[in-house]
Design a protein around this ligand. Structure first.
Ligand code: ZN
Length: 344
């Protein structure tokens, strides 16, 4: 995290009121030597209190969070806030504008770029700004993801394991309040590990909640509704939006991802025929799907099996598949102890 950020904004994070502008990400090109890329930013502050950093568009092709945060930014009047909301609905804006997971400027995957680099590529500069400027302000960080173009996901919330028993309990409590059908605990194996925004936030002592709300580069109505209701419950609980009307959280099912054996990967290039839907309960040894070879029509398709039992958390969305693509991820139930959130 060395170096001074080159990103700037006219927004004053310490000023009371509602400010809507953007971060200016310097990007020097043939047609814009001294230009910058705008990253939308809304800061709503009223007096003292906790700060929530709310992010979507970390991956550009995941839409429920982008809409939920834009709605929240429009709806929230500053005198209804106690503390501060810092809202970035399109954090990797070049990726959002292109409808892509990664940035077309540098092919950077923002959620694999933390802690970033002040003097790096555009995506690395965004990650660095989040780490150096935004996370230090935040008591709670919510990073809204979905499966993107390549994956369909069950609506879920996830956290990294807490570093202490106390932090772990606080994270479980956030997931109960968010109220997704599934809540899972993952250290990021098979995903981003320590290079994610959530890992960077945890490193600095902020409570970080991530979601998976849908996928396939389309919008899940249920995922959007969950994002909006879950965020309001979290912000009311933090006493940042004390008066906001909320529905009680539905009970959630706690699960985990048990290492690489939880995944099914494509062993060859071909057309993927899945044998299970997201949300299905499967057994280890059960057929997961087949890979077909349309260029060799008499060749037998290759049959794939689930290695472990559990619930199908996500499934590859596109049919055309390369060797090494993730086809499924399976989650297993865990016992996290008594529920201390009232659902009444
Ligand atoms: Zn994502």
């Amino acid at each position: 995290m060395a170096g001074e950020t080159r990103i700037w904004t006219p927004i004053d994070y310490e000023a009371d009121g509602k400010q809507s502008d953007c971060l200016r990400l310097p990007h020097s090109t043939d047609l814009s030597a001294y230009g910058w890329v705008p990253i939308p930013l809304v800061c709503i502050k009223n007096g003292t209190g906790p700060t929530a950093l709310l992010i979507a568009g970390n991956h550009g092709d995941e839409y429920e969070g982008q809409i939920a945060l834009s709605n929240l930014a429009r709806e929230t009047r500053h005198h209804k806030v106690s503390g501060r909301l810092v809202i970035l609905p399109a954090l990797n804006f070049p990726a959002v504008a292109a409808g892509r997971r990664v940035s077309p400027l540098d092919e950077g995957n923002l959620n694999r770029s933390f802690p970033g680099d002040a003097a790096g590529s555009p995506t690395q500069m965004i990650a660095h700004y989040v780490c150096a400027v935004l996370i230090p302000m935040a008591d709670i960080v919510v990073d809204l993801h979905s499966g993107g173009r390549s994956l369909d996901y069950v609506a879920s919330a996830l956290v990294r394991p807490g570093r202490t028993a106390e932090e772990h309990e606080k994270l479980l409590r956030l997931m109960r309040l968010f109220g997704a059908p599934i809540s899972f605990i993952s250290d990021g194996t098979g995903g981003g590990g320590l290079t994610t925004l959530a890992a960077a936030a945890q490193e600095q002592g902020a409570l970080a909640l991530t979601t998976e709300l849908g996928g396939g580069a389309t919008l899940s109505k249920a995922g959007l509704a969950l994002a909006e209701a879950g965020l309001k419950r979290l912000l009311k609980d933090q006493e940042i939006l004390r008066d906001v009307a909320v529905e009680p959280a539905s009970p959630t099912r706690f699960m985990t991802v048990r290492g690489h054996s939880a995944f099914v990967y494509a062993p060859s290039r071909g057309i993927f025929e899945p044998a299970a839907d997201i949300g299905a309960e499967v057994l280890g040894g059960q057929i997961a799907g087949r890979i077909h070879f349309p260029d060799l029509p008499t060749r037998e398709p290759e049959t794939l099996f689930f290695e472990t039992s559990g619930l199908v958390a996500c499934r590859r969305a596109p049919s055309l598949t390369e060797r090494g693509d993730c086809l499924f991820k399976v989650m297993a139930d865990i016992d996290v102890g008594p529920d201390q959130v009232s659902h009444a």
